[in-house]
Each structure stands twice: as C-alpha cells, then as structure tokens.
Design a protein around this ligand. Structure first.
Ligand SMILES: Cc1cc2nc3c(=O)[nH]c(=O)nc-3n(C[C@H](O)[C@H](O)[C@H](O)COP(=O)(O)OP(=O)(O)OC[C@H]3O[C@@H](n4cnc5c(N)ncnc54)[C@H](O)[C@@H]3O)c2cc1C
Length: 318
C-alpha cells in the first residue's frame, strides 16, 4: 500500500500540511507531492516518471533544510522509510547488507555490526546529535554528497558497495563512486541506493574513523580519515584501504596511503609513510574552518592516529 498526499512549502517554509488539497496559491507556495511506497520498485517507478524535480526522502535531516532554504525545490518527494529492504540490517554469508534508509542510531546500537565494523560505527556516531542520528540515514549521508560527510570515508575504507535500483534494473557501485562533487551524485534519473554491502571480514581486521572539528560535537569535519586493515598471522598488514574526507570535492580513496601500510607491521616508519601519502593526496580548499595547509597537515596526523586504532582493533586490543 502506498501513502500519498500533497504538501505545500513556502520559501522560506512557513506552512506545511498533509491535509490541504492541491491548488495554486499566490505564487509563493510550491506544491510538493508526497509518496510513501512500500517497495523499492514502486519508489523507482515514481522517480522515473516524475516530470519535475523528484527527490528521495530518507531522514530529511539534509533535504528538509535544503528545501526550507530554497536550495532544492522538488515537486515530488518519495519517502523510502517504509520499504523493508531499505530499512533492514542483515548478515549474509559473512557480508553485511545495510539498508540505505537505516538510521545512524540503529547502526550504533547493533552490537554485532559494531563489533565487526567499529570504524563505520565511529563515523555514524559522529553525525549530529542523538536526535539527528535517530533520523539521519546512512544512505542520506552518502547521497547528500557532502565532501565532509562522516560515514563516507569509513564506508569507502570498508570497501562498501552501494546497491542501486533504477529504471534499468539493479547495479552495484563502490561507495567512492557515488558522490560526483559537492551535492552531486553519479545516480541516473530514477535511480536510488537501496542498500550497502560490506564485505566479509577476514580474521585480524580492524577499521577506524577519526575527524577533526573545531568543536567536539555538532560540527562538520575539517578533515576525516577512514582506515581499514587486515594483518596476517605474523602481524604483517596484507590489506588496507585509506579514505580521506573534507579535503577534496568528494571523499577520496587513497591507494598510495594504503600501499604505505601493506607489507609492514604498521610500525613507526610505515605510519610516517602513510602520513606523507595522506597529506600528498589531500586537495583541500581554504575556508573559514581551516586553511589548505592546515588540512593537508591534519590529513597526515589523523591518518597515523586512525591507523593506530585500526591496528589495535585488528590485534584484538581494543
Ligand atoms: C544539526 C545537524 C547536524 C549534522 N551533523 C552532521 C555530522 O556531524 N556529520 C555528517 O556527516 N552529517 C551531519 N549532518 C547532515 C545529515 O544529518 C546527514 O548527512 C544525514 O546522514 C543525511 O541523512 P538523511 O536520511 O537525513 O538524508 P535526507 O535529508 O533524507 O537526504 C539527503 C539527500 O540524499 C538523497 N537520498 C537520501 N536517501 C537516498 C537514497 N537511498 N538513494 C538516493 N538518494 C537518496 C536525498 O534525495 C537528498 O538529496 C547534520 C545535519 C544536521 C541537521
């Protein structure tokens, strides 16, 4: 069953109702059709045939603010919070399947998930406040395409794959390829992310996410670093992924930084090489929250610290 209604947004928003029938009013109000399908296929069908701007609505913690400010003026909102495949977390053959509309808070409260992917939980646990995390979803964080989104470097480091459904069917894309630039995604018209697959965890694996913010809470990353690594029986790193957030137009996967760890015991020399590679990869802008030079330096510092935490987790010392 699909719920549907009309909502009116003035600019800025002063009035919203799900009761009022659709009509034009004084040119200031814009009409928004609201749909709440119960299957991903029905959601995509709505998005695909929309004649005006259409948006997926998850937690709304980014989108509603953007609508109030006039940054987005969709004529169709497709609320995906009633779609089972998008709101569930499951472990299948050692892989995790996390619905795109799973709220950050649910991930932090899932003890088995947190034990397997503590770095991803580090990241989602930093999103806003308790209230924000209760609404904000992992899919919204990725698809809002903010270069500073906290979950994105952690998900990239984890090797997460976005499962996408669109008018042409289903496809899979690594999370690092979803954002195309600030506020832009690589998703085609009618496509949405239904879930994320996180790969099976090898023994002696650990991940971590750290960010630098001027304030300890309710701030956005000036730099964010996600690191995921695996050790062999003798403590040598056999696999690593390193991702940087807030230092480029979208979160970066940095193979050169991972290469600095692979084949080492993640010792002091390897950490120095990691820091140098992370700083070299950062392509930040200057803004009021940090200069280029500061962000480049902090990229290296945070990479070392995150790798040290990931190493301790891989060794079971956390
Ligand atoms: C007070 C406050 C503090 C915040 N602090 C942080 C923070 O510390 N770190 C951080 O990273 N973010 C922060 N945010 C931003 C926001 O909470 C997150 O980005 C959140 O994860 C967005 O999820 P959502 O479900 O609310 O997305 P929505 O607002 O519903 O959607 C965001 C965008 O993604 C699109 N979208 C959503 N789901 C899908 C999907 N499945 N497929 C395709 N497109 C989709 C929407 O159409 C929209 O364009 C903060 C926001 C607020 C209001």
């Amino acid at each position: 069953m699909m719920q549907s209604c009309w909502i009116y947004f003035s600019k800025p928003l002063s009035y919203a109702s799900t009761q009022v029938p659709p009509h034009e009013k004084d040119g200031e109000m814009s009409e928004v059709r609201y749909e709440m399908p119960t299957t991903a296929e029905a959601a995509v069908a709505l998005l695909a045939v929309a004649t005006g701007p259409a948006k997926v609505l998850s937690g709304g913690t980014d989108l509603i603010i953007q609508m109030r400010s006039g940054q987005h003026t969709p004529s169709l909102l497709v609320d995906v919070k009633n779609i089972a495949e998008m709101t569930s977390i499951s472990a299948v053959n050692g892989c995790y399947l996390v619905g795109a509309a799973v709220a950050c808070m649910r991930l932090t409260e899932d003890a088995a998930f947190a034990k397997t992917w503590p770095g991803v939980v580090d990241a989602v646990n930093l999103v806003g406040s308790v209230q924000v995390r209760g609404r904000a979803t992992i899919g919204g964080n990725v698809c809002n395409a903010s270069p500073a989104a906290d979950s994105v470097p952690a998900m990239i480091a984890a090797g997460a794959i976005a499962n996408i459904l669109g008018p042409a069917g289903r496809r899979q894309v690594p999370v690092e390829l979803i954002a195309a630039g600030p506020g832009k995604t690589s998703l085609a018209k009618g496509e949405m992310v239904t879930s994320f697959t996180l790969p099976q965890r090898a023994p002696r694996s650990g991940d971590a996410y750290l960010r630098f913010t001027p304030r300890s809470e309710m701030d956005i990353a000036v730099v964010g670093v996600g690191i995921n690594l695996t050790l062999d029986d003798s403590g040598v790193c056999t696999h690593a992924r390193v991702s940087l957030g807030a230092v480029a137009a979208r979160a970066l996967l940095v193979p050169a930084a991972a290469a600095a760890l692979i084949g080492t015991r993640v010792d002091a020399a390897a950490l120095e090489r990691l820091a140098a590679a992370a700083s070299a990869a950062a392509q930040p802008i200057d803004d009021k929250r940090g200069t280029k030079e500061f962000r480049i330096k902090v990229s290296g510092v945070l990479a070392k610290r995150a790798a040290t935490i990931a190493l301790a987790r891989a060794m079971g010392n956390h």
